[in-house]
Design a protein around this ligand. Structure first.
Ligand code: ATP
Length: 233
């Protein structure tokens, strides 16, 4: 379980997260949604320990983000973080050297499923293939908590479908927790259990997706439009 208590993160005069308090349940797929600049990536980076809060507390299974928690978190950053000169196999060997939960069978199976080859060189493959390679590395670990920052960004619709299929295919419900930030809400609506809408660094609305849809008789996209009715999404 992830607990945030009055978490604030500022960058100079910009407040990225403004006293956020929330509890994120275990074993579910949670969408962290919101317009550009609302604080989604900052939230994920704080969970993985890359950003430290100025105020407030973050607890993951009762522990502050640290080396201990890093061991059970698989983080897919929004940026292209893979060394361009590496092959997919070299990138995998690199990740494998840091984490004990690397699952070679899962890696081989996912490689086939995503139609990638170990010999492919990162700088020579397309953006969509790089997105799939990032996902391959994130899901080849048996991590308890998976943080996916914009895994569908700038990817064609067929590749997006494949990425979503991978998430469904490899997700162990109840056992693993996935937090996913995305602007492709229509595409992920079907896989989300819970949602947190962020607006200007604060939680604008959160809850169980099915319950929100029933209460409001609306789809997630319609709910989002309502929440951000005065903003450009
Ligand atoms: N390292 C940084 N230095 C300065 N400002 C930053 C930094 N990281 C984030 N910010 C600012 O914090 C705010 C929140 O940024 P963040 O990247 O978390 O938003 P986001 O919701 O993920 O946006 P997007 O959907 O565009 O990826 C923005 O105003 C951004 O400019």
């Amino acid at each position: 379980m992830i607990e945030l208590k009055a978490v604030t993160k500022t960058f100079g005069s910009t407040t990225a997260l403004d006293s956020i308090s929330t509890t994120i349940p275990e074993g579910k797929i949670i969408g962290v949604l919101g317009p550009n600049g609302s604080g989604k990536s900052t939230l994920l980076k704080m969970l993985v320990g890359l950003n430290k809060p100025n105020y407030g507390t973050i607890l993951i299974d009762g522990k502050k983000p640290s080396m201990d928690t890093k061991n059970f978190i698989s983080y897919l950053p929004e940026i292209d973080y893979l060394y361009p000169w590496m092959t997919i196999q070299q990138a995998a060997d690199f990740v494998k050297s840091f984490y004990e939960d690397w699952d070679e069978n899962k890696y081989n199976e996912l490689m086939k499923f995503l139609e990638l080859q170990p010999s492919m060189v990162i700088k020579k493959i397309s953006r969509g293939m790089r997105a799939k390679a990032k996902l391959l590395l994130s899901f080849s670990r048996n991590a308890k908590l998976i943080l996916l920052d914009e895994p569908l960004s700038g990817i064609d619709v067929l590749t997006r479908d494949k990425i979503i299929e991978t998430i469904i295919h490899d997700y162990r419900a109840g056992d693993q927790t996935i937090l996913i930030t995305t602007h492709e809400i229509r595409e992920v609506e079907g896989i989300l259990d819970e949602v947190i809408f962020i607006r200007q660094g604060q939680v604008a609305l959160e809850g169980n997706v099915e319950e929100l849809r029933c209460q409001r008789q609306a789809s997630l996209v319609e709910i989002m439009k309502e929440v951000y009715s005065h903003e450009t999404i």
